[in-house]
Write a protein that binds this ligand. Sequence first.
Ligand code: DX5
Ligand code: ZN
Length: 223
Amino acid sequence: MVRLSPSILAADFTKLGEQVRQVEEAGVPWLHIDVMDGNFVPSISFGMPVIASLREKSGLVFDVHLMIEKPERYIEEFAGLGADVITVHAEACTHLDRVIHQIKAAGKKAGVALNPATDLSVLEYVLDQVDMVLIMTVNPGFGGQGYIPYSTEKIRRLRRMCTERGLSTDIQVDGGINEKTLKLVLEAGANVIVAGSAVFGGDPGAGARKYLSLIEEFERQKK
Ligand code: DX5
Ligand code: ZN
């Protein structure tokens, strides 16, 4: 099952609640929430109070992408705020195995994100423990960047790796998703699609409906 997870990083923050409501009404199942610390990535986005406010207004699955150093410091706090999926970067964790278990102990789904240049081999011993792998298809830190072409092969290799191990792990892609790259990532085996500017760059409801229907069309053709 393919899911769309619009990233609020590209939203108009003066109308954040309203724009989230629009994508929710359009029928998206997940909401991608990018937390940046100005250390792991150059930029700073937003943090706990924003998530707490949104949680009061939205029933969506909160897919929290932590682009922060030493995320183990904040797992319980994000879990308490109502994050449903918590994704940490392999590059930001000295003890990745421990952090994965920490997320699960908090009762949440655990995701591991890999920067474009990070090899899939870091997943060798933990793949069967994670609910989702996030393949960054741009260098994290900013919305609106171009999709890195070598990502497609990386997604394909990861899907093969999961299948060979009998795993149906979610593969999320994040960065530079547009109509053209959506097709590439879906064909390669991604099933959780983050879309920032593609959805929130214009009318969010219309953007969400457009991408939901492109996904639906892909799934219909696959049958
Ligand atoms: C980038 C963030 C993304 C970002 C994607 O570091 O992780 O989630 O919002 O934006 P687009 O879809 O515009 O590339
Ligand atoms: Zn993200």
